[in-house]
Ligand binder design. Structure first.
Ligand SMILES: Nc1ncnc2c1ncn2[C@@H]1O[C@H](COP(=O)(O)OP(=O)(O)OP(=O)(O)O)[C@@H](O)[C@H]1O
Ligand SMILES: [Mg+2]
Length: 462
């Protein structure tokens, strides 16, 4: 697409020569003969770049520049400076002009400067889009009192260096809370290193966390820098901290107490300055009782404990979360946004969500895939919202059949889609089995088999 450039200059001759240079290069050029005229054009139809004289009668370039900044902060402005106005032009760059060019205008210089200015804004745009995408991904949605309390804790804990322990059921958003603390902390420009203590095999976790020297054990063919060292000056997120072995617990305790690590196979201790955020879905006090978790480590970790409440205790957040996930999904897949009806949202608000926000998110994505239309209504939910997650008193006879479970695997997904398809076709054919079998092109015997397999009956359809 052609970039549009607005030339503001009181001298018609300058405007004409600039227009010639720019149009020859394929730019779209607009002209204004005064500051106010230029500002009006910018407000009406923002150009991609402004090329402006610094000395004009009435509103001069500097004032016009400040006004442009108020209208559009990101619009690049290149200043034309005449003999004796270079100092003012320099001033203009301090006020946010991209660059200035001295008269007489050399076409090469004009073109290079404009190209640079356009490139830099394009880059800025891309950065902004990227940053916004990352922010949307880690955005914490919800206004419930439960969540607002979490926000208060985040704001209080973030700027300190205190260790935070995040507690709560699986899928409630502990990782999001950890990232929010990090982003709002004084260490937000340093690294955020995440370790999932449950996912790393026991024999590797120490070397993951603390590193090892080359040849320190069989298989250690290269030296490895541990996560604590990687996180130096930054933040380490110890996820599923309740799943660490006794031996690892002892070592982690030592880092917290002494602020130093030792690589496996090395006698040298290394000082590290790391802020620790830990999370677990286990009841650590019960684990202490059972002798599975060290009490001293628990005290060290839970300087600031934050308990993230399960979704069922903050159902007010569900509609906003559903919309948020639908938006994210639509953006990721370049799809038109689909809308949930009020009835559908209400149905979802009453469901149990044992898997908390994660389950809600997966369900929304599945619904978006499985529903062909633009609108998702209660009917579309019946086969998708997990049977054990449905409201106890399901509306309009939505009964839980054993095969409605939410799909986690491709096979479950196929089955779930197949079931939905069959129910729809049966409805269309007034539950006439022979007719339906014919329409969908399968032997009657096969359809009967499927009905049995998926526990589909006319009654179960409400
Ligand atoms: N308030 C929220 N707003 C938007 N998304 C959320 C919110 N809470 C959780 N999520 C999303 O739900 C999913 C689960 O969240 P997260 O991974 O943080 O849970 P968790 O508590 O760490 O679970 P686990 O204990 O299983 O690791 C993620 O995709 C996360 O982005
Ligand atoms: Mg997690």
């Amino acid at each position: 697409m052609k970039a549009r450039i607005l030339v503001i200059d009181d001298e018609a001759e300058i405007r004409r020569s600039v227009r010639m240079i720019l149009e020859y290069e394929g730019y779209d050029v607009q002209e204004a003969s005064s500051g106010p005229e230029g500002l009006a054009l910018i407000e009406r139809e923002p150009p991609d770049l402004v090329f402006m004289d610094i000395r004009m009668p009435g509103l001069d370039g500097l004032e016009a520049l400040q006004k442009i900044r108020q209208i559009n902060e990101a619009l690049p402005v290149v200043i034309i400076s005449g003999h004796g106005t270079v100092a003012t032009a320099v001033e203009a760059t301090k006020l946010g002009a991209f660059d200035f060019i001295e008269k007489p205008l050399a076409s090469e210089r004009v073109l290079v400067t404009i190209r640079n200015a356009l490139d830099s804004t394009r880059l800025q745009d891309e950065n902004r889009t990227l940053k916004r995408a990352v922010e949307a991904r880690y955005q914490m949605v919800g206004e419930s009192p439960g969540l607002r309390q979490i926000w208060d804790s985040i704001k209080r804990a973030a700027p300190t260096n205190a260790t935070v322990l995040l507690l709560g059921e699986s899928g409630v958003g502990k990782e999001l809370v950890a990232r929010s603390i990090y982003r709002n902390s004084l260490r937000s420009r340093e690294r955020f290193v995440q370790v999932n203590c449950a996912a790393i095999p026991e024999e590797l976790i120490e070397s993951e966390l603390f590193g090892h020297e080359k040849g320190s054990f069989t298989g250690a063919t290269e030296k490895q820098v541990g996560k604590f060292e990687q996180a130096d000056h930054g933040t380490i997120f110890l996820d599923e901290v309740g799943d660490m072995s006794a031996k690892t617990q002892a070592k982690v305790l030592r880092v917290l107490q002494e602020g130093e690590v030792e690589r496996i196979g090395s006698a040298r201790t290394i000082k590290v300055d790391v802020r620790v955020i830990a999370a677990t879905n286990k009841d650590l006090e019960a684990e202490i009782e059972k002798g599975n978790f060290r009490e001293d480590l628990y005290f060290r970790l839970s300087v600031i404990p934050i308990k993230v409440p399960p979704l069922r205790e903050r159902r007010e957040d569900i509609p906003a979360l559903v919309r948020h996930f639908a938006d994210l999904f639509g953006r990721d897949n370049n799809r038109r946004p689909q809308r949930f009806t009020a009835a559908a949202l209400e149905f979802m608000q009453k469901a149990r969500w044992k898997g908390n926000v994660r389950e809600l998110r997966n369900t929304v994505e599945r619904l978006l895939i499985m529903t062909p239309g633009d609108v998702i209504d209660v009917d579309d939910l019946r086969d998708v919202v997990r049977a054990d997650s449905r409201p106890a008193a399901a509306p309009e006879g939505a009964t839980a059949a054993p095969n409605h479970l939410s799909p986690n695997t491709l096979r479950e997904f196929k089955e779930s889609a197949e079931r939905k398809f069959l129910v729809e076709k049966l409805r269309e054919n007034a539950w006439n089995i022979s007719k339906t079998a014919e329409v969908i092109g399968t032997p009657r015997s096969n359809l009967y088999k499927k009905l049995e397999q998926y526990a589909i009956t006319q009654e179960s359809d409400g």
